[in-house]
Design a protein around this ligand. Sequence first.
Ligand code: HEC
Length: 153
Amino acid sequence: MKILNGFLFLGLLLSIISCGGSNNEQDKDGKKLDRRTEIRLMQYKVEGKKLYQLHCANCHQENGEGLARLYPRLAGSDYLLNDLPRAACIIKYGQSDTITVNGVEFNQVMPGVPTLTPIEVAEILTYVSNSWGNEAGISSTRDVSKWLDDCKR
Ligand code: HEC
């Protein structure tokens, strides 16, 4: 009887381990994907921050809050967050329309940086749309390349 119990116990243990094992695999795969996106987002942000400091912070400021009526804010900007493809075009090609950002009108000129590559635009855009409380997620280089091809110039 003791031996039988021992076998039953062993069988139960094995089935628990094998079931648990396969579930863990699934969990791991799911987590691996999330983790990969998370790491890519972090990499984009690190590179994007350097480029932002070089090309954008003069006007929009380190904290993304812009400067009075001269330079619009990027932190919490509806204009930015409602249309990321448009923002990609502005970064590369500049902008000189009358625009309204969070209810405030701007009619200034922003010079673009036409030498930026699609990956650099993607990094900057990912940085500005995921900093200072913005949480738009990653703008991939693939998407940004497409958006840049479609810019009205
Ligand atoms: C010389 C100052 C200057 C620099 C440098 C500059 N901008 Fe701008 N930016 C402006 C101005 C001025 C506007 C508003 C343009 C208008 O009135 O049409 C603007 C508009 C914007 C907008 C749309 C409005 C908003 O607030 O959401 C975004 C997005 C933006 N800039 C991002 C950037 C990024 C990213 C960089 C760096 C690659 C950059 N800008 C560099 C001055 C600048």
